[in-house]
Design a protein around this ligand. Structure first.
Ligand code: GUN
Length: 289
């Protein structure tokens, strides 16, 4: 392996320590801790792991955690009622509704119901629009984690050819907007892309967000590239692997994130950072009202 490892676990620990400091400052100034509500509907096993992690990490950073667990058969109006109540609750600065939602629930309508000032996932169209207009407010956690990790390792993104594989609303699209904000030259690949290999081979920065184990062969990776692997997939042997074939990619890349220990911990750290940001934005909005 010639690539340097981008140690998401270590950087996430630093981000969480900063968040804990900022949360304590907020508490000293406002007489309460920042509050983060995490809503889970049903018991998707992967979601349950993430939600437990998010709630535990909140508490460790000095952020109040509000848990709302709804049964898998909760109706859309029931879910919307929980979101509306959290919007009105002054102790709650951030609201996260864990995805995916059960079939039959319109996730767009649920996400759109979250107060944009409490939207710590950065999924609300208002926050997406602000990012698109290069005036970011609350920024989607995984793409923001990629940017932070690049900064921490001194990877200057300006002018680099960056390719994002995957165009989802929660990673691929906001990732492209973040890279554009960082002044990279951005390509987004998706199922309509004609020659994926050629696009990947050009990439000086590669972000893989597909959700398929080993989807990108290591031999496609450009020598010296910075590879950010967002995938967290269960391999047949039971271990977790990314979307990029790790060993062969690491032999060529300049930098690469491990899976696990890359963007997983960064995503949670950026969520906590967003929660404290949201608390501060709301306090500022109130004092100027
Ligand atoms: N499901 C998978 N990733 C995410 C995320 O970043 N936020 C939420 N709310 N759900 C997810």
């Amino acid at each position: 392996m010639s690539a340097k490892l981008l140690d998401g676990k270590a950087v996430a620990a630093r981000v969480r320590a900063e968040v804990a400091q900022r949360a304590a400052q907020f508490a000293a100034r406002h007489g309460r801790r920042p509050g983060l509500a995490v809503v889970q509907v049903g018991e998707d096993p992967a979601s349950s792991v993430y939600v437990r992690n998010k709630r535990r990490s909140s508490l460790e950073a000095g952020i109040e955690s509000f848990a709302h667990d709804l049964p898998a058969n909760a109706s859309e109006p029931e879910i919307l009622a929980v979101v509306h109540a959290l919007n009105r609750d002054d102790r709650v600065d951030g609201i996260l509704v864990q995805l995916p939602l059960p079939k039959g629930v319109n996730a767009d309508r649920v996400m759109d119901a979250v107060d944009p000032l409490k939207d710590v996932d950065g999924f609300h169209p208002v926050n997406t629009g602000l990012l698109a207009q290069k005036r970011p407010r609350l920024r989607p956690c995984t793409p923001f984690g990629v940017i932070r990790l690049a900064q921490e390792y001194g990877i200057a993104l300006t002018g680099l050819r960056a390719t994002v594989v995957g165009a989802s609303n929660i990673v691929g699209r906001p990732m492209a907007l973040e890279l554009l904000l960082a002044r990279a030259t951005v390509t987004v690949c998706h199922t309509g892309t004609r020659d994926l290999r050629a696009e990947v081979e050009r990439a000086e920065v590669l972000v893989a967000a597909v959700g398929k184990a080993g989807f990108i062969p290591g031999e496609w990776v450009r020598p010296g590239a910075a590879v950010f692997d967002v995938g967290i997939n269960r391999a047949p042997a039971g271990n977790l692997v990314g979307d990029v074939e790790f060993e062969s990619a690491a032999a060529r890349a300049g930098w690469i994130t491990p899976v696990p220990g890359g963007l997983g911990p960064m995503t949670i750290a950026m969520l906590l950072s967003n929660a404290v940001d949201a608390a501060n934005f709301r306090a500022a909005a109130k004092s100027s009202a």
